[in-house]
Ligand binder design. Structure first.
Ligand SMILES: CC(C)(COP(=O)(O)OP(=O)(O)OC[C@H]1O[C@@H](n2cnc3c(N)ncnc32)[C@H](O)[C@@H]1OP(=O)(O)O)[C@@H](O)C(=O)NCCC(=O)NCCS
Length: 180
C-alpha cells in the first residue's frame, strides 16, 4: 500500500481495520464539530464511502497517523459534493482535538495535494463555515483561493465560504467518479 510520510505524520488509504476508529470519531461531537455528529449506522456508511472512494481516487479521504504512536489523529482528502448541478470533488480535513493547533492539517494536506497534482489536473472545491477560522487558515496555507461566500442551501444562518484550488495543471472542476 502506498504510504505518504511527512516529518510527523503518515497517510495511507483507509483499510477495513480502521473502521472501529473512524466510527468512534464520526460519532464524537468533538471530532464532528461544525457539521454534526453521526449515529453509528451513518458513521459506518461514511466509512464505507471512504473505502470506496479511496479505491477510485488516490487522494480520497485518508487516515492521518501520528508517527510517534501510530494513532489515527484525523483525515484529509476529497469526498464528493453536489454543487451548481455538478458532482464535484471537495477537499476536507478534520483532526481530533488533541492533535489540533500543531500544523498537522496543513502538513498532511500539503503532502496529499502533491499526490493529487501528480495524477490529476482540474479544480477542487473546499466548503468551510464562515466562522471556522482555523479551517479557513488551513485552506489558505495549502494554496486554496477564496472564491465566494454564500448561504449554504439558501439558509441565512449558514454563511459559508467556498474555496478552490488548481490540481496539477488546473482546469475545469474535477468530478466525482461513478461511485456515489
Ligand atoms: C480545522 C482543523 C482541521 C485545523 O487543523 P490543525 O492541524 O489545527 O491546522 P493547522 O495547525 O495546520 O493550521 C491551523 C491554522 O489556523 C490558525 N487558527 C487556529 N484557530 C484559529 C482561530 N480561532 N482563529 C484564527 N486562526 C486560527 C492557526 O494559528 C493556524 O494558522 P498558522 O499556522 O498561521 O498559525 C482542526 O481545527 C479541526 O479538526 N477542526 C474541527 C473540524 C473542522 O472544522 N474541520 C474542517 C471543516 S471545513
Amino acid at each position: 500500500m502506498a504510504m505518504i510520510e511527512t516529518d510527523r505524520l503518515l497517510l495511507r488509504a483507509p483499510v477495513e481495520t480502521d473502521r472501529a476508529r473512524f466510527v468512534e470519531l464520526f460519532t464524537s461531537e468533538a471530532f464532528m464539530v461544525f457539521t454534526g455528529v453521526l449515529d453509528p449506522v451513518a458513521a459506518n456508511d461514511r466509512f464505507d464511502r471512504m473505502l470506496t472512494l479511496a479505491g477510485r481516487i488516490p487522494y480520497g479521504k485518508q487516515p492521518v497517523i501520528n508517527r510517534v504512536d501510530g494513532a489515527i489523529v484525523g483525515y484529509t482528502g476529497v469526498d464528493t459534493v453536489e454543487f451548481d448541478g455538478l458532482a464535484r470533488l471537495e477537499w476536507g480535513w478534520r483532526f481530533v482535538p488533541k492533535a489540533r493547533g500543531r500544523g498537522y492539517a496543513s502538513e498532511a494536506t500539503a503532502a496529499l495535494l502533491d499526490v493529487a497534482g501528480a495524477c490529476d489536473s482540474g479544480e477542487v472545491l473546499c466548503i468551510i463555515a464562515a466562522d471556522n477560522h482555523a479551517s479557513r487558515r488551513v485552506a489558505t496555507k495549502t494554496g486554496f483561493r477564496h472564491w465566494k461566500r454564500l448561504n449554504w442551501n439558501g439558509d441565512p444562518s449558514a454563511p459559508t465560504d467556498l474555496f478552490v484550488r488548481p490540481i496539477g495543471a488546473g482546469g475545469p472542476p474535477l468530478l466525482a467518479p461513478d461511485v456515489a
